[in-house]
Design a protein around this ligand. Structure first.
Ligand code: PXP
Length: 247
């Protein structure tokens, strides 16, 4: 089965609306794991708009599954990552004005910043994933930079309108996944995935992990987090290609 990493940034978004103590992402992580999350994902942004430093340290101590820290290659954030040692660090692009991450990291254009960040994280024993577009040249560069994994941005897929455009985005993801697996890279996907559009994604051979936040936290506001996570896992399981039965 494909792993589900639950991104709990938006639990912290609600807390930061009042700059108070609740809801606590640490409690959310416990419930997400009870609901079946295989990993917890958080993005420590330079502007600290949702996840705070204290969350990162507490989650490192309390999360019992894989902790994936999304981060831009800023020195200050890198220093925290090296101290905290998440199981995985995912390098993402970050702009102050954006509402959320827009597009993948261009690992060719940003090589001078990305390469040293990958090297330092890897030297600290942290698995490194690069959040990129499903583009073969970007995949090749991720391999050259020594990444362990890549996470394909699924924003273009999830925002595509009409069957033809959706099919074209899926084809890009499929082709890029096959290429990356051929190079020995682990393949993750995320951004904009929800309970509907996740179905064709889990049918792509070679995908190992999905990182999903907004749709799960949105459902959790209405039905509770453990149920929201369980329902996402159920959709993923139902659409995952069944292993061939022996005989
Ligand atoms: N993966 C990455 C690299 C992201 O930056 C985000 C958003 O923080 C996600 C996955 C989750 O996206 P969404 O909240 O749209 O599910």
């Amino acid at each position: 089965m494909i792993r589900l990493g639950v991104n709990i940034d938006h639990v912290a978004t609600i807390r930061q609306a009042r700059r108070g103590r609740e809801p606590d992402p640490v409690a959310a992580a416990v419930l997400a794991v009870l609901g079946g999350a295989d990993g917890i994902t958080i993005h420590l942004r330079e502007d600290r708009r949702h996840i705070q430093d204290r969350d990162v340290y507490l989650l490192r101590e309390t999360v019992t599954v894989r902790l994936n820290l999304e981060m831009a290659a800023y020195d200050e954030i890198l220093a925290i990552a090296l101290k905290v040692k998440p199981d995985e660090a995912t390098l993402v692009p970050e702009k102050r004005q954006e509402v959320t991450t827009e597009g993948g990291l261009d690992v060719i254009a940003t090589e001078s910043a990305t390469r040293p960040a990958v090297d330092r994280l890897k030297a600290a024993g942290i698995h490194v994933s690069l959040f990129i577009d499903p583009d073969l040249a970007q995949v090749d560069q991720a391999k050259r930079l020594g990444a362990d994994a890549i996470e394909f941005q699924t924003a273009s897929y999830s925002e595509a309108v009409g069957a033809v455009a959706v099919a074209a985005e899926l084809a890009k993801l499929e082709q890029a996944t096959a290429h990356a697996r051929g190079l020995g890279l682990h393949v993750h996907m995320g951004h904009g995935l929800n309970y509907q559009n996740v179905k064709p994604i889990v049918r792509i051979a070679g995908v190992e992990e999905l990182n999903i936040g907004h749709s799960i936290v949105s459902r959790a506001v209405l039905v509770g987090l453990d149920r929201a996570v369980r329902e996402m896992k159920q959709v993923m399981q139902e659409h995952y290609p069944n292993p061939r039965k022996p005989g």
